[in-house]
Design a protein around this ligand. Structure first.
Ligand code: ADP
Length: 280
């Protein structure tokens, strides 16, 4: 258990609604103060959860907020690539009593990022660990990172309802989660499992982002729905969530990502600003 001073829920979680709950068993970051912790979740891999985390972080930073990103996908980390910082390394500072502090890598827009891929010697080095070890490492990355003062910490979760998702939702003081899905019945069905899990744990869900919902016809600019004739609204309705917005399949974004320029591309894109700057 950490200090209540760094808890984003301080002053709101007590039984009276105004005092810090003395029985609180949440884990807090040791260094710095974080006002809001937002989990970005999806039931299924490959729907664009990490991409949406990067887009959200970039647009919130553009709006003037101090933003951090915790890449909780320990075995499949991708946030450093999004921000084009995959050739940089987070500093591991040894402290007394065998403690360490992680100094995150800052992106061009000052977003503080910590990821397993910024801590291993080389980017393609795998971590071959079982669940409890992975959970312990994630805990350490959250607690021991020097976040400084943040308005928002976005946590890019691994897909599914496994160990890590449970740890983050139950043990970290998450203010709310954003769900990422694609408008396909099969995906919605799997995502719904995670939505139900979050509801059971008592986590507030802000809404769903339907990613890869359409492509823009290059000739007439009409929206072509690639996966499903159903609208994003219908899929959001099935999940029982407000629709935050729908994003197109965008090959310019993919290309920017491949060139480590996604942050700049997203910053200059009006659609992303419109959807994500309006969130907070
Ligand atoms: P997840 O985190 O859900 O596993 P990613 O964000 O890593 O998914 O995205 C999976 C792949 O799809 C990546 O190669 C990413 O570049 C691509 N991608 C995600 N969203 C879009 C989009 N809207 N347009 C084009 N490519 C996308």
């Amino acid at each position: 258990m950490g200090s209540c001073d760094t808890c984003p829920s301080k002053g709101t979680c007590g039984s009276s609604g105004s005092e810090c709950n003395s029985t609180c068993s949440k884990t807090f970051p040791r260094y710095g103060k974080i006002k809001n912790i937002i989990g970005v979740i999806s039931g299924k891999g490959g729907v664009g959860k990490s991409t949406v985390t990067g887009i959200m972080a970039t647009t919130l930073a553009k709006k003037g907020y101090k933003v951090g990103v915790l890449d909780a996908d320990i075995t499949g980390p991708s946030m450093p690539r999004f921000f084009g910082i995959n050739d940089k390394r987070a500093m591991i500072i040894p402290l007394e009593n065998e403690m360490v502090r992680f100094d995150p890598v800052e992106t061009n827009n000052g977003i503080k990022v910590i990821s397993m891929n910024l801590l291993t010697a080389v980017e393609d080095q795998p971590v071959i660990w079982r669940g409890p070890v992975i959970t312990g490492v994630l805990n350490q990355m959250f607690v021991e990172t020097n976040w400084g003062e943040l308005d928002y910490l976005l946590i890019d979760m691994p897909p599914g309802t496994g160990d890590i998702a449970l740890t983050v939702m139950q043990e970290f003081p998450v203010s709310e989660v954003i769900v990422v899905s694609t408008p396909q019945d099969m995906v919605s069905m799997i995502v719904k499992k995670l939505v139900i899990m979050a509801e059971k744990i008592g986590i507030k869900i802000k809404g769903v982002v339907e990613n890869m919902a359409y492509i823009n016809c290059p000739d007439c600019d009409k929206k072509i729905r690639v996966f499903s004739k159903k609208s994003s609204e219908e899929h959001a309705e099935y999940l029982g969530l407000p629709l935050i917005g729908e994003l197109p399949i965008n090959t310019d974004l993919t290309e920017a990502l491949e060139n480590g320029k996604a942050e700049e591309y997203v910053k200059d894109n009006d659609l992303y600003s419109l959807i994500f700057e309006a969130l907070y």
